[in-house]
Ligand binder design. Structure first.
Ligand code: HSE
Length: 401
């Protein structure tokens, strides 16, 4: 029998407890070992639950119980969660987490501790909820030299943009709807300012390219205040506006960003709507491969956590595949200094200036707006040309497929 403890009985933690208890026979069969939920750490009272006897408020009960071999961390944040996870790994307990903030900030360090102690630190649920993506990148695509990751990594912002595109809703109205439906938090900044997606692209790119990328190294722009007229003119040109996490290998560096982008309707990414996520990975042997599904939610996320628990139980005395090295300050290039395709949207009055300054691949006027896709160049060069020519009111969107 293998004893398991859960730290944090919130949305995901309670889902994990329910699955481990309700599917005990099934998951024990798959793990080829009986899995027993021994403790749940939470400072709150849960006296009415059928498994209320498992709760403890003292982390040391879990840490000092040598019979607990696997600890699930679903408390969130990177303060207590970091201390608890590190202490468990140092004690030789394998850890499974859904905590993207923790992995994005401390992944390299925690993976190294797990490696040194010959145990596992797994976090499939930290990116894309229940969508299998980290294990496929690490295992199934292992034969590939991976070069690029592009994804819709945040369901809340994808829901908001879908409402703007499909129902012509203003940004504020779409955000209120997302909050009413329970997708967006009362303080929606982690989603709409791009921080949630930035943590996820950190984890994906660190795993795919082998070296830690930290959240502060990701150029992050969200969709707060996105103009409906910008979304509409892009749509009229055949492009769908999405919040995109992107990372690309550039020799011995990588670029990494989160930003609103316009996607041609020919791209599979353009069809991903509402709260759905997609992660597209490019490898030299496989070409493009994409992972699609619901990127959040109690049971989808808990199902990924429990699958990692099963994996830990099956490999109690063996290291699994996840690993990346620590990063460094020079590893991540500024994406604004890398040449990409861009769409500029500005006031219709600037049309002649834009057409004189840039070789426009495509352009369109609509109401008071003018949009143009310009020849590949850096964002900083576009900004410098616009500034030198007194164009101040504009938005620049990466064109990504
Ligand atoms: N708030 C996130 C989203 C889910 O909307 O995708 C958790 O990462």
């Amino acid at each position: 029998m293998v004893n398991v403890a859960i730290i944090g009985h919130g949305v995901v933690g309670s889902g994990v407890a329910e699955i481990i208890i309700n599917h005990k026979e099934l998951i024990s069969q798959k793990a080829k070992n009986e899995i027993n939920l021994k403790y749940i750490l939470d400072i709150r009272e849960f006296n009415d639950l059928p498994y209320s006897d498992k709760f403890t408020k003292d982390f040391n009960t879990i840490l000092n119980d040598d019979d607990v071999r696997v600890v699930v961390e679903t408390a969130g944040g990177a303060t207590f969660a970091y201390d608890y996870v590190k202490a468990c790994l140092l004690k030789g307990k394998s850890v499974v987490t859904s905590n993207k903030e923790l992995v994005a900030l401390k992944g390299a360090e925690l993976l190294k501790i797990a490696q040194d102690n010959n145990i596992n630190f797994l976090f499939e649920a930290s990116v894309g909820g229940g969508i299998p993506v980290l294990r496929p990148i690490a295992q199934c695509l292992a034969a590939n030299d991976l070069s690029e990751i592009t994804g819709i990594l945040n369901g809340t912002t994808n829901f908001i943009l879908t409402k703007m595109i499909k129902e012509n809703m203003q940004f504020d109205d779409a955000l209120s709807m997302a909050q009413r439906l329970g997708y967006a938090e009362r303080d929606p900044s982690a989603d709409i300012d791009g921080h949630d997606a930035a943590r996820k692209i950190c984890i994906l790119a660190s795993l795919a390219f082998g070296k830690h990328i930290y959240p502060e190294q990701i150029k992050t722009e969200g969709i707060r205040g996105m103009k409906l007229s910008d979304v509409e003119i892009a749509s009229d040109m055949g492009y769908v506006t999405k919040l995109i996490g992107h990372s690309k290998v550039l020799g011995d560096k990588v670029s990494a960003s989160v930003s609103p982008a316009v996607i041609p309707t020919s791209s599979v990414i353009s069809n991903v709507e509402d709260v759905f996520n997609i992660i597209k990975v490019r490898g030299d042997a496989i070409g493009d491969v994409a992972f699609y599904g619901r990127g959040a939610g109690k049971l989808p996320t808990a199902s990924a956590v429990v699958a990692d628990v099963i994996d830990c139980v099956k490999h109690l005395a063996a290291r699994k595949y996840l690993f990346w090295e620590d990063g460094d300050a020079d590893y991540v290039a500024n994406p604004d200094e890398v040449a990409f395709d861009y769409m500029i949207i500005t006031d219709a009055a600037n049309k002649a200036k834009i057409e004189k300054l840039f070789a426009c691949v495509e352009s369109k006027s609509k109401d008071d707006s003018f949009a143009a896709i310009v020849e590949k160049q850096t964002k900083n060069s576009i900004k410098a040309k616009l500034m030198d020519n007194n164009v101040t009111d504009y938005r620049i969107f990466r064109v990504i497929d």
